[in-house]
Design a binder for this molecule. Structure first.
Ligand code: CP
Length: 307
């Protein structure tokens, strides 16, 4: 496929190729000179219609490490504010001889729509509540580094599953790679159909979910996507579903803690867990650069060795 729109559309083999290429790029990033010429003469636009820190900066850094030219577009500071459409915006940017589009949008399916109308390769950097494929890939690389495999790994995805593109991309990826997946959280944040539709376990008791898993991937409560409150208060959410050190210490095992960021500290995750010895949250962020280098390189259509 020409585009990386979602994990749903790609095969186990595709995932393995992206992860092994990311692993090679990670080795490149340990060298004194981190820059390679792989995407020299390629121009990439980072088209962000929604806020981002990690995804946007790691795509930009990945492009720079690959020697691509980069353009950064932020909807808030653009002519979108004067009413210009998505398609007009992209066609105008592409007419400046831009080769590739990295795109984040609040509308689920926005990059899929664009893919039908433009010739440039698109990488989805998060579309609404649909998918965030490079996040799932960097999560997979981080888990593989920790456990040497994904097959058979027990992963609990905890919290605001309903509004989470990170959850959906992780579920697709982990199932394809043979991991066991559970979603856990309050019933108001876990759609009833999810367990059956996606073939994942559902658990409404946080302690039971933590007792089952090897890895807890804790999600951000996405208040910006909730039209009406789905729990009574953040304090009560923390009491019932916040991952705390006390709760982890009550288990007779150690589990790896992940979070895609940004963290609502003291809501879904307490600071002493986020910053504690079992957290790999900053490793996830580090791996984002190598994974995005791999995605850009593989979907650019360029056939030049990563090294
Ligand atoms: N994980 C993630 O997508 O973070 P940003 O929204 O900061 O890019």
């Amino acid at each position: 496929t020409q585009h990386l729109l979602g994990i749903k559309d790609i095969s186990k083999k595709d995932i393995e190729i992206i992860l092994s290429t990311a692993h090679q790029f990670k080795e490149v990033l340990q060298r004194p000179v981190k820059k390679v010429p792989s995407l020299r003469d390629l121009t990439v636009v980072n088209l962000f219609f929604e806020n981002s820190t990690r995804t946007r900066m790691s795509f930009e850094l990945a492009e720079k490490r690959l020697s691509a030219d980069t353009l950064n577009f932020s909807a808030a500071a653009s002519s979108v504010k004067k009413g210009e459409t998505l398609l007009d915006t992209v066609n105008n940017i592409l007419s400046m001889k831009v080769d590739m589009v990295v795109m984040r949008h609040s509308a689920s399916g926005a990059p899929h729509f664009l893919a039908k109308h433009i010739n440039a390769a698109i990488i989805n950097a998060g579309d609404g509540i649909n998918e965030h494929p490079t996040q799932a890939l960097l999560d997979a690389l981080s888990m593989t580094e920790k456990f040497n495999k994904l097959e058979g790994l027990k992963v609990a995805i905890i919290g605001d599953v309903m509004h989470s593109r990170v959850a959906l991309s992780n579920i697709y990826l982990l199932k394809k790679m043979g991991a066991e997946v559970m979603v856990a959280g309050p019933p108001t944040l876990i759609p009833k159909y999810m367990g059956q539709a996606l073939d994942v376990r559902v658990e409404y008791n946080l302690k039971k979910a933590l007792a089952w898993c090897d890895v807890a991937n804790v999600l951000r409560i996405q208040l910006e996507r909730q039209n009406q409150p789905l729990f009574s208060s953040l304090r009560e959410y923390n009491l019932a579903y916040g991952v705390s050190r006390k709760l982890l210490e009550s288990l007779d095992k150690e589990i790896v803690i992940m979070h895609p960021g940004p963290i609502n500290r003291g809501v879904e995750l307490d600071s002493d867990v986020a910053d504690g010895p079992f957290s790999i949250i900053l490793n996830q962020v580090e791996n984002g650069v190598a994974v995005r280098m791999a995605a850009l390189y593989l979907y650019s259509g360029k056939d030049i060795s990563p090294s």
